[in-house]
Design a protein. Structure first.
Length: 200
């Protein structure tokens, strides 16, 4: 997985052949074919591995903090550190996710689903395994979607060496605070309007 991602970095997966992956990895082509039928399967497995690692990490050690905003910041700080420990791998995974290749769609969709589950867990202050996707509120779904997008965009900026991983965390933390404040404002406004309706 590491070799395929490294070779694809900067030139796209279309130009990487399985024979080249096998040679660089030091294995026979037949051995590689026993596990993967295409380079897209290799990349899909890499994205899946990253997703599994993230979920396992936050099932065992949920995001910490006294408030939802603090927990979200802790969550993204830890995710960013974990991914940035292997810069070449991180950049290659980001490239894979943005490739739009049909064979990677399922892995990317699964990755986004697990990310949402982890984020909702942080918002609620519970481990990801205790979150049932059927119980997401509209606000939780929206916040998770927007936070995923902010984080991904910030990580792309990091991958392009436009800013540091600390800036990635700062951007997501700021977005989380604004989203949570906006959601709370909307909730209070809805309650005010409901009281007004009931009292005539």
């Amino acid at each position: 997985m590491d070799v395929a991602l490294r070779l694809a970095k900067g030139r796209g997966f279309e130009s990487v052949g399985l024979r080249e992956v096998a040679e660089e990895a030091g294995v026979a082509l037949g051995t590689l074919y026993k596990s993967f039928r295409s380079k897209e399967e290799i990349v899909s497995a890499a994205v899946g591995h990253q997703t599994f690692s993230l979920r396992k990490r936050f099932e065992e050690h949920p995001a910490e903090g006294a408030t939802a905003a603090a927990r979200v910041e802790d969550l993204f700080a830890r995710m960013t550190r974990a991914l940035c420990r292997r810069p070449a791998y991180a950049r290659a995974v980001l490239t894979a996710i943005t490739s739009g290749h049909a064979d990677l769609v399922a892995a990317v969709v699964q990755h986004e689903g697990q990310m949402t589950r982890i984020i909702v867990g942080a918002l609620r202050g519970v481990a990801a395994k205790g979150v049932n996707p059927s119980t997401y509120t509209d606000d939780e779904n929206t916040m998770a979607l927007l936070l995923r997008q902010v984080w991904f965009a910030a990580m792309v900026g990091w991958a392009g060496k436009h800013h540091s991983q600390d800036v990635v965390v700062t951007q997501v933390a700021l977005a989380a605070r604004w989203l949570l404040a906006g959601a709370e404002h909307d909730r209070l406004e809805r309650e005010r309007l409901e009281r007004q309706r009931l009292t005539g």
